[in-house]
Design a protein around this ligand. Structure first.
Ligand code: BTN
Length: 323
């Protein structure tokens, strides 16, 4: 289908919501015959759109395809900048790797790289991130804040808040955040976030935020089954992934603008409201060994503050946390 007509038709359908549109009305709006309208609708159906047709009432759009491509993501997207430059891929080694390359080449802020499958998805501390085809959201977002590199951990926490808000909105369940940015449902990990920098000594050039959300998986490989979960497993429902990405981009853009205008404090408060680690006895496994103590909170730069039994305060920049 010609992309302009397709766009117009989809716009009409989304604006109409649950209301039926008559073939007559659609043909007037698109400036084509009713036979042409019918052909366009058949094309949409072939692409995976579910279009209901009822005699005398007309047509309405019941379901959009669960595909993570620019068309689906941008239809009804309410952001100003985030998600308007999209690199959608069927399969990539890692969206993070491609986003790094694009950022080096000057890609604008808010550019996203998204894939149906990653064959070499990466997690924190060089772990593998399981990214099977068509079930989750594997995405990297390019940000270009004017901040010194030391402040970048704040963005990690900002992204965790945006993801937590998104999950809360789409599932009605309040997730937990485990410092710095694991998102948990019922104690199991449902989202992983990887924040990486391209920076000069005193200035960030780009922040590449990798977000992996387990959405519609029904099961996980044995080695991670006791640690990982998905939105579908926790709720018994399946989710439309483009809608989740749209919600996430909107929350991310809002929080990011708030951060640039008002600094980290409002974000810190939001983060603390989701955090489970604070006030609890935890073990922080760092590259230099384990520290056991009470998590007192996070500092204004996003570092974890831990008090050991002898009263000493430790500042943790990077670690795995056990509760
Ligand atoms: C973690 O270890 O918790 C972070 C996991 C981050 C996974 C995402 S999926 C999209 C992006 N591409 C990658 O290769 N990794 C991140």
């Amino acid at each position: 289908m010609q992309s302009e007509t397709r766009k117009q038709l989809l716009k009409l359908f989304t604006e109409a919501g649950d209301t039926f549109l008559s073939g007559q009305k659609i043909s007037e709006q698109l400036g084509c015959s009713r036979t042409a309208v019918w052909k366009h609708i058949e094309d949409l159906r072939r692409e995976g759109f579910e279009v209901e047709a009822v005699r005398r009432l007309g047509y309405r759009l019941k379901q959009m395809p669960d595909k993570l491509n620019a068309n689906e993501l941008q239809l009804g997207l309410k952001t100003k900048r985030f998600g308007w430059n999209v690199y959608d891929q069927e399969s990539v080694p890692s969206t993070q790797q491609l986003a790094h390359q694009l950022a080096h080449e000057g890609a604008e802020e808010g550019t996203i790289v998204i894939a149906e499958e990653q064959t070499a998805g990466r997690g924190r501390l060089n772990r593998i991130w399981h990214s099977p085809k068509g079930t989750g959201i594997w995405m990297s977002v390019i940000l270009r804040p004017s901040i010194p590199p030391q402040q970048a951990p704040q963005l990690t926490l900002l992204v965790a808040v945006a993801v937590a808000q998104t999950i809360q909105e789409v599932t009605n369940i309040v997730p937990d955040i485990k410092w710095p940015n694991d998102i948990l449902l019922n104690g199991k990990k449902v989202v992983g976030i990887l924040t990486e920098l391209q920076a000069d000594p005193d200035q960030v050039q780009a922040v590449i935020v990798g977000i992996g959300i387990n959405v519609n998986q029904k099961q996980f490989p044995n080695d991670i089954a006791s640690l990982a979960t998905s939105l579908a497993i926790e709720t018994g429902r399946t989710f439309h992934r483009p809608k989740i990405v749209q919600t996430l981009l909107q929350k991310l853009e809002q929080l990011y603008e708030q951060y640039l205008q008002h600094g980290f404090l409002p974000i810190k408060l939001l983060w603390e409201a989701y955090a489970i680690t604070i006030g609890q006895q935890i073990v922080a496994r760092t590259l230099n060994g384990a520290v056991r103590g009470t998590a007192l909170g996070i500092t204004d730069s996003g570092t974890l503050k831990l008090q050991t039994e002898d009263g000493a305060i430790h500042y943790i920049y990077s670690a795995d946390i056990e509760i």
